[in-house]
Design a protein around this ligand. Structure first.
Ligand code: FE2
Length: 276
């Protein structure tokens, strides 16, 4: 399985002034999480012990063997005995796996768009808030198309929350409540990664499945339009970008925030390759 380029190394970077989470909040959250985890673990262990005792096994063994539905005889995640006509089962499974990765990426993007929609503040609140709803709706439609293509290829699409976290190679979006310009700076980085990954897979499935490739191409065109709408808030008349040079969400948010506070234009931030 290829890893996506929208990857930021887990663990999460430290918060900066752009981010409004407080240290206390984080500490409380961590403490609560730990307490809940301990409580849940204890409850789970007790339940497993009870189950395993009646089955004559140890608690640890029962935990390992505890069946998810997929391991039972009523559900499966295996490739079906069919795929689309003319593709081998192996190629069908390969393409489906690539589309499943794109599915996870777009699910993450759709959640991120709503997160920004809810947490954007400042003078341009309403413009950004309202711009993101159609983008979210568009990405939702792409998600459904991708998932149904995975199923058509004979594989098992999944957008369950645990699968998103397990399969993605990046951490959560880095900003919470923040100014519109900071969110847009960070969202530019998000779209950069998602679109790059879509384009990579367009190349990868070129020889395998033109129908899946066509699906990805159509989605990339729409994603690139959404990206343009975001970038237009960060660009100036000379083509520079106010988050030039930043390669992380937090770094981009910080860069555009600094620029807007200093009141300087963004032309000087244009990078050597002319893109950012
Ligand atoms: Fe809303």
């Amino acid at each position: 399985m290829n890893s996506t380029t929208r990857s930021k190394p887990k663990p999460k970077p430290a918060a900066t002034a752009v981010k409004t989470k407080t240290a206390n909040k984080t500490a409380n959250k961590t403490a609560n999480k730990t307490a809940n985890k301990t409580a849940n673990k204890t409850a789970t262990n007790s339940a497993n012990k009870t189950a395993s005792n009646s089955a004559g096994t140890t608690g640890a063994a029962a935990l390992e063997r505890r069946p998810r539905a997929s391991a039972s005889r009523v559900s499966s995640t295996r490739q079906a005995s069919f795929t689309v006509p003319t593709l081998s089962l192996e190629d069908g499974a390969d393409v489906a796996e690539r589309l499943q990765e794109r599915l996870i990426s777009l699910l993450d993007l759709s959640l991120t768009l709503k997160h920004i929609h809810w947490n954007v503040v400042g003078p341009n609140f309403i413009g950004v808030h309202e711009m993101l709803d159609p983008q979210h709706a568009g990405v939702q439609a792409m998600i459904d198309d991708l998932a149904e293509r995975v199923a058509t290829l004979g594989a098992v699409p999944s957008g369950l929350p645990g699968r998103i976290v397990d399969q993605r190679t990046w951490t959560d979006y880095d900003l919470d409540r923040a100014d519109s310009i900071a969110h847009l700076g960070a969202l530019d980085v998000v779209y950069q990664g998602v679109i790059s990954d879509h384009r990579r897979e367009i190349d990868e499935v070129d020889d395998l499945d033109p129908v899946s490739q066509d699906l990805l191409i159509g989605q990339a065109a729409i994603l690139e339009k959404y990206h343009w709408m975001v970038r237009s808030h960060l660009a100036d008349w000379a083509g520079g970008m106010s988050n030039a040079g930043a390669d992380s969400e937090l770094g981009a948010a910080q860069a555009v925030t600094n620029k807007s506070r200093s009141g300087t234009g963004s032309r000087s931030g244009r990078s050597a390759d002319g893109r950012r």
